[in-house]
Each structure stands twice: as C-alpha cells, then as structure tokens.
Design a protein around this ligand. Structure first.
Ligand SMILES: O=C(CO)COP(=O)(O)O
Length: 256
C-alpha cells in the first residue's frame, strides 16, 4: 500500500500572522469536513497532510502543528550545506527547524529562477543526505503537449533529475504546467495515465506519485479515485482552510 499524501504548496503566500490564522481555522475545518468527525490526528495519520510553506513561516507552522500529525515542508533547498550563496537555504537549516519534506524542481523554479535538471538533481541529493523527503516536480508545457512531446519530456526530466538518487525516499509530483493556477485541470484519467507511465519508468513499486494542477474540493474525489494517483500537490486551494480541509478529507470513491 503506497502512502497517500495531501500536500499544500503555499508558494509566496502568508505572513506568520496569516499562517497562524490559517492553522486555527484548518484544525476546526478538518474535523467538521470529515464525514464521521474523526479527530485530527486520526484523519492525518491515514492520509499524510503536508504544508509546504515559505521559509519565514516554517518555524511557526512546525510549532503550531506539533502533535497534530501534519508534516511541514519547504519549497526549495540549496545543494551545499553552507557557503557564500546569498539568499539560499540549506538542508541542515531546514532539518533544525523540524521540516520533513521539501519540494524540488517546481515548474515555477524552473521557469523563473533558471532551475535545470542538473541543479534539481543536486538539490534532490542534498535533501536525501539530510534525511528530508524531496517531492520532485515534473510536467510538460502546453506547447509540448500540443506537439505530442509530453511523454518524452517527462521521461527525460526523470532520467536527468533522478540520476544517482535513492528511489526509496522520494515522492514525485506530476504537475502539467498548463494546469497550474489556470483552473484547467488535467482530466483525471489522463493524469492517471501519465502517472502510470512515470511509475513504470522509475520502476519503484512503493513510490508515491502525486498529481498537481488546479486541484480543488470540487475535483478531488474524482482525482483520488484514480488507481495510480497517490495524492495531490495543491497550490491556490491550499491557502483557504475550509477548501484544503475538504481536499484532505476527500471521499474515497470506488476505483475508476
Ligand atoms: O503548482 C501547484 C502546486 O505545486 C499547483 O497550483 P494550483 O493548485 O494553484 O494550480
């Protein structure tokens, strides 16, 4: 049985005060949106909820989620442990704060900050060296999809990104770029197909592979009904406590 992960990526949103407010409302919403009002700890122990928050919120969110079962993630890390890298944050700095997961290679990092598969690979290795679980993001652009390049592009991202990486302590997220922040969700069956290809290519039976891109309370049940999809990486909808709680408490439908 592969672990189910429901991860929120806040991107560059929320001050510490806003993070505290979110967590107050999220705790309540998690219980009230759960069908049988199970306590927070039980809900999240069956489905690992992860909040990937800005660096400045990490300490507050770790402190406020202690004992709740919610795990905390960062959104990037540098490959060196320390050094003259102005503006960067290293693995040991995250570990000291109690962070357990870290997103690596998000398409926004690749698009706006020049991340390449090579630096993604180095960041993955650094995360694992320090016991952090990296969430590697891969996905094609609209242009690549239209050109029929989806599969070859993703397999290339995987081959380059995962060279020498331990496949046991890793999560992959399939995030088609054209579905991020656009409201245009990838059809659940198509996401299932691509994730199946990723699983086959990586060849690691226990790997959790998530879908990301315009996930909302209104489409989570259908997405999670797909047999290859082990969870979601949620952007915009993770900023709103009630919406994200409903996503975490998705209703398990019969497998599509
Ligand atoms: O980029 C994403 C998560 O990492 C997805 O963002 P949205 O859910 O806002 O489309």
């Amino acid at each position: 049985m592969r672990p189910i992960l429901i991860a929120g990526n806040w991107k560059m949103h929320k001050t510490q005060a806003q993070a505290r407010e979110f967590l107050r409302e999220f705790g309540t919403a998690l219980q009230s949106s759960s069908q049988d009002s199970v306590p927070l700890t039980r809900t999240v122990s069956e489905r690992q909820v992860i909040l990937c928050v800005p660096y400045t919120d990490l300490a507050v969110v770790v402190e406020q989620t202690q004992g709740s079962g919610i795990a905390v993630g960062a959104q990037n890390l540098h490959w060196e442990d320390q050094g003259a890298f102005t503006g960067e944050i290293s693995g040991p700095m995250l570990v000291e704060l109690g962070v357990r997961y870290v997103i690596v290679g998000h398409s926004e990092r690749r698009q706006y900050f020049g991340e390449s598969d090579e630096t993604v690979n180095q960041r993955l290795a650094a995360a694992q060296r320090h016991g952090l679980i990296p969430i590697l993001c891969v996905g094609e652009s609209k242009h690549q999809r239209d050109q029929g390049l989806t599969e070859s592009w993703i397999l290339e991202q995987l081959d380059r990104g995962l060279a020498g990486i331990d496949l046991e302590h890793l999560v992959i997220a399939y995030e088609p770029i054209w579905a991020i922040g656009t409201g245009e969700t990838c059809a659940a069956q198509e996401a299932n197909r691509v994730i199946g290809l990723i699983r086959q290519h990586v060849g690691q039976a226990h790997l959790s592979i998530l879908y990301g891109g315009s996930v909302k309370a209104s489409n989570i049940d259908e997405i999670m009904a797909q047999p290859q999809i082990d969870g979601v990486l949620v952007g915009g909808a993770s900023l709103e406590p009630k919406e994200f709680a409903r996503i975490a408490n998705y209703q398990a439908l019969a497998t599509a």
